[in-house]
Design a protein around this ligand. Structure first.
Ligand code: PFF
Length: 447
């Protein structure tokens, strides 16, 4: 078991897989729409504060546990502490990963449709005034179910063939390409007439708009975007070599992830104001605004095909990471083979994903706590389970984990500056748990 876990030998492999997990639809689809719903600038400010004050230390905590135990999330708690109850956090992580995989695959399916429409040129024939209705017609029909299932199938096939040889190599090349394309689109958006209004919306915090929903939304987005609080980073760290520097890797992930989200915001909001779209349009925002951007660019169909292709790849590197939590858990805790574990994971996600895909159309009347399946899975995982998981992981690592494991893992085979070590300890013991608790309490209208 130990040898088969030591997968990522190169630094590039570590960065490509962890950044590949972090960068995805969360940055390009979810961040702009959450920022749009929550008023822009103030949301961005809190988001960045949460990423660096809470996110980076919690990534370190997951890394420490993952490499310290070299096990799946459930097994890691079991190995690192004699109290069995801690392992319940593992169940929450596994549940979260399946729920996220289900609704995430629906959005990934939308990107497949838009890729196909780009390749066939159909995307360019939609009239200016019909972009809203065009997305609505598509998303409320049955086609999204087909794309969701196809996407989940592709995800399973890649997982069956092994993460290393296929997707890891591909993403090493494609992630930098995605980055370059985002910069091209940014420049294009900065030349639009709505640039002033768009930039003001994104970067000018209006504190009068800050309420508990902005705080909860920003915290949830930070955890979602960093793939944090459910054991993804822990599972990946169980494949790290002893030489991987944990704090440095955590910081690189956070910086790159934030840069991609901000670039997406710079692309979307000038266009939102140029084309008179509604910033608070919700999950459909990006799918209505992006085609409008491509339409006015020279060679728009080419750019949109390339963009949606890269978005599909970025989604795959993320869904692979969330599936891997489950697969590691099934294989190690229940002793079933990788093949069976992968199919089990895909099967559950296909059933739940179908419910999510239908929740914009035929099942839109089925509401649980006032939310559709899609909305519920998204809200419960991002805004409750992941921050709660992150809070418990930071308490565990900060207060209950054997100090020697903590120190050894954080230092690795190199050294770590004393003040960095102290800052991480303080963040894990005090800042992250109280910060997350305060955001939760604000949601209950207690503070
Ligand atoms: N971080 C991914 C994104 O921003 O698209 C989403 C994600 C991946 C969430 C993996 C959770 C996870 F375990």
């Amino acid at each position: 078991m130990a040898e088969s876990r030591a997968q990522f030998v190169t630094r590039l492999g570590v960065i490509a897989t962890t950044v590949g997990s972090a960068v995805g639809l969360g940055n390009i689809w979810r961040f702009p729409y959450e920022a749009g719903v929550h008023g822009g600038g103030a949301f961005l400010l809190f988001y960045i504060v949460f990423i660096f004050l809470i996110g980076v230390p919690v990534i370190c905590a997951e890394f420490i546990m993952g490499r310290g135990a070299r096990s799946n999330i459930f097994g890691a708690f079991r190995k690192l502490h004699s109290t069995r109850q801690w392992a319940w956090i593992g169940y929450m992580g596994i549940l979260s990963s399946i729920l996220i995989l289900s609704f995430y695959s629906v959005v990934a399916g939308w990107t497949v449709e838009y890729f196909v429409q780009s390749v066939t040129g159909a995307i360019d024939t939609i009239a200016e005034g019909e972009r809203h209705s065009s997305f609505d017609t598509f998303s409320t029909g049955l086609k999204p179910v087909m794309w969701t299932l196809i996407f989940l199938l592709a995800n399973a096939v890649i997982l069956l063939r092994g993460v290393q040889s296929g997707i890891e190599k591909v993403s090493n090349i494609l992630m930098p390409v995605l980055f370059l394309i985002l910069i091209v689109f940014c420049i294009n958006s900065l030349l639009m007439p709505g640039v002033g209004e768009g930039m003001r919306f994104l970067f000018n915090p209006d504190f009068s708009k800050v309420d508990s929903s902005v705080l909860i939304g920003a915290l949830g987005q930070a955890f979602f975007s960093l793939s944090l609080g459910l054991g993804t980073m822990m599972t990946y760290a169980s494949y790290f070599s002893d030489r991987t520097p944990l704090v440095k890797s955590a910081s690189i992930i956070a910086v790159l992830d934030t840069v991609v989200a901000v670039l997406a915001g710079i692309i979307i909001f000038p266009a939102v104001f140029t084309y008179g779209s509604e910033p608070a349009a919700g999950p459909k925002l990006v799918f209505e605004v992006l085609p409008a951007i491509f339409h006015q660019m020279p060679g728009g169909v080419f750019w949109s095909a390339l963009f949606f292709f890269l978005l599909m790849v970025a989604s795959l590197t993320s869904t692979i990471s969330m599936s891997e939590i489950c697969i590691a858990f099934f294989t190690e805790q229940f002793g079933i083979g990788r093949r069976k574990a992968t199919l089990l994971n895909a099967g559950i996600a296909m059933v739940l994903g179908t419910l999510c895909a239908l929740s914009f159309g035929p099942l839109s009347n089925v509401l649980i706590f006032g939310q559709s399946f899609f909305g519920l899975f998204d809200y419960v995982t991002s805004n409750i389970f992941l921050p709660l998981g992150g809070m418990l992981i930071s308490i565990f690592v900060g207060w209950f984990l054997d100090r020697r494991v903590f120190r050894e893992q954080l230092r690795g085979t190199g050294s770590i500056k004393g003040w960095i070590y102290k800052v991480i300890v303080i963040c894990l013991r005090y800042v992250a748990p109280t910060g997350i608790a305060l955001v939760f309490l604000s949601g209950l209208d207690i503070i």
